[in-house]
Each structure stands twice: as structure tokens, then as C-alpha cells.
Design a binder for this molecule. Structure first.
Ligand code: HEC
Length: 259
């Protein structure tokens, strides 16, 4: 029994693989940029930290989403005085009368040109009392519905990506145990990563570390599979070919010919 290797592939097949991997890699890079700009602002400090992840999935229970945003991402859009006014209003019960009297004009002047229903980015609408009240609740993080939606998209997406990439990667030559490991790791990482979003939401912060381990595992296996495939596809061909052409058919069934 012998398996296909990169040196059995035609140039068009290798071009197809290479371009596919290149586009996937670009997509992955953009995903990383997106992750960095959206999640890393959670705790109001630069960089992606464990706190950012905890805040994203289980919320910052010490304040409302509005206060949270005003002390972090939206800090630049308000003055210290306006911030105090708003927190005082929230702490005194966030009444509609108080909103009309003190808060509405600040929002209209400083926030509504981004935070209106017309905004295509689907930002929280801050143009009326009812809408503002939606962000004046204790922040419980990502909702159950959002997490279900994001989980199913990620599961389908990552499974398809790692299946296709894995199909290419199994054409490499390497010790069989190493290869089997590299094939399995991304799927384990997906399970750890997405499973721990849920645990981070419903239980301890420790699972935020698992989110990171899963994410890093996925990234590393992605990089490793892409790089090894690409390298062997274009640069190692001759060496292996010579090796197997000169060896007998019995040797061809050695360790490296296993899948
Ligand atoms: C220049 C446009 C702009 C202005 C002005 C602006 N925001 Fe935002 N706001 C955004 C964007 C973009 C996001 C989503 C990105 C993010 O969460 O970092 C956001 C997110 C938010 C959120 C949601 C955070 C979360 O929990 O997801 C709140 C609450 C908020 N802004 C409040 C305000 C308030 C209050 C003001 C006025 C003092 C304001 N924003 C002014 C653009 C703006």
C-alpha cells in the first residue's frame, strides 16, 4: 500500500494548493487583526489580555455596558464631567426624567452621530431613553444567542478549513507519529477553544487561559501545516524522489510511506 505524496502531484495541483493556502493565510491574518482590535479594547488597556477575554465572554459585572464603554473604548468621546454626570445618573436609578434633563443632550451632541439606528455597524442606538436603557444593565458579556451563533459559524468554518488544509498536508513526508499529531492538534484546539468560551461565560476565569491555549494551538498548527506543505511541495521533491527511486519496493513500504 502506498500513499500519494507531493512528488506525485502535477504542477497545476500544486499551484492550486499553494494559492489556496496563500488565501487562507491571508484570511487568518485578517482574523487576527480583527480579534486584536475588537477584543483587546475590553479592559481599556492596550494588548490582548486574559481580562479582555473574561470581559468579552462573562462581562464586566462591576458596571453597566455604558459605564464600561465610557471608561474604555469610548473614553475619547466624553469629558470627565460628562462621565461623572452619566455615572451619577446611573447610580441614582437611571430615571427617564433625569435622562431628559441631564443626559440626553450629551448623547445627542457627542454620541448619536455614530450611535443612531441608521448606522450600518449596528452599534447600540443611543437616541432614545428606551434604547439607552439597553446598555444600562449589568454587563453579562456575550449573550447566549450570540455565543450559539458564533460557535456554530466557527465550528463549521474551522472544521472545513482544517479538513481541506489537512488533505493537502497529508501529502508531506515525515515520521508518521509526528504527522498524525499535527493532523489531530487543530481539531483538539477547536474543541478547547470553543468549549472554553462557554465555560468562561458560565464559570471560572481560568478557562480564559484555555481560550488562549486553544487559539494558539490552532494558529500554530495552521502555520505548521501550511509551511510544511508549501516547503515540501516545491523544495523537497527532488531529494525524496531520488531516495525512493533508488530504493527497492520493500524499502518503499518503510515508515515514511505510512499515512
Ligand atoms: C466616532 C463614532 C463614535 C462615537 C462618537 C461614539 N461611539 Fe460608541 N462606539 C463606536 C464604535 C465603532 C463601537 C463599537 C466598537 C467597540 O466596541 O469598540 C462603539 C461601542 C459603544 C458601546 C458598546 C460597547 C459594548 O459593550 O459593546 C457603547 C455603550 C458606546 N459605544 C457608547 C458611546 C457613548 C456613550 C458615546 C458618547 C459619549 C459614544 N459611544 C460615542 C463608535 C462611536
Amino acid at each position: 500500500m502506498s500513499y500519494r505524496r507531493f512528488y506525485d502531484c502535477s504542477v497545476s495541483e500544486k499551484l492550486l494548493y499553494t494559492l489556496f493556502i496563500a488565501i487562507l493565510g491571508t484570511g487568518y491574518t485578517f482574523a487576527m487583526i480583527l480579534l486584536f482590535v475588537t477584543v483587546s479594547t475590553g479592559d481599556g488597556e492596550g494588548g490582548l489580555s486574559v481580562d479582555d477575554i473574561v470581559i468579552k465572554y462573562s462581562g464586566n459585572r462591576s458596571g453597566t455596558r455604558l459605564e464600561q464603554a465610557l471608561s474604555a473604548q469610548m473614553k475619547a468621546h466624553r469629558t470627565e464631567g460628562e462621565y461623572l454626570n452619566i455615572t451619577r445618573w446611573i447610580n441614582s436609578g437611571a430615571s427617564e426624567a433625569g435622562y431628559e434633563e441631564k443626559i440626553k443632550q450629551t448623547f445627542d451632541r457627542k454620541c448619536v452621530f455614530c450611535h443612531s439606528p441608521e448606522n450600518p455597524m449596528n452599534l447600540p442606538d443611543l437616541s432614545s431613553y428606551e434604547k439607552v436603557m439597553e446598555v444600562v444593565e449589568i454587563d453579562m458579556g456575550e449573550s447566549f444567542g450570540t455565543l450559539v451563533r458564533v460557535s456554530h459559524i466557527h465550528l463549521f468554518g474551522t472544521a472545513i478549513i482544517f479538513y481541506l488544509l489537512g488533505r493537502i498536508f497529508v501529502l508531506t513526508e515525515m515520521p508518521v507519529l509526528l504527522k498524525r499529531t499535527i493532523v489531530v492538534v487543530p481539531f483538539a484546539a477547536i474543541a478547547i477553544d470553543i468549549g472554553s468560551w462557554w465555560f468562561t461565560k458560565y464559570s471560572v476565569n481560568l478557562f480564559a487561559y484555555a481560550v488562549i491555549v486553544g487559539g494558539v494551538g490552532m494558529g500554530l498548527s495552521f502555520a505548521l501545516q501550511s509551511f510544511l506543505s508549501f516547503y515540501q511541495m516545491w523544495f523537497v521533491k527532488a531529494r525524496f524522489k531520488r531516495k525512493y527511486e533508488s530504493s527497492s519496493s520493500v524499502e518503499r513500504r518503510g515508515e515514511y510511506r505510512q499515512e
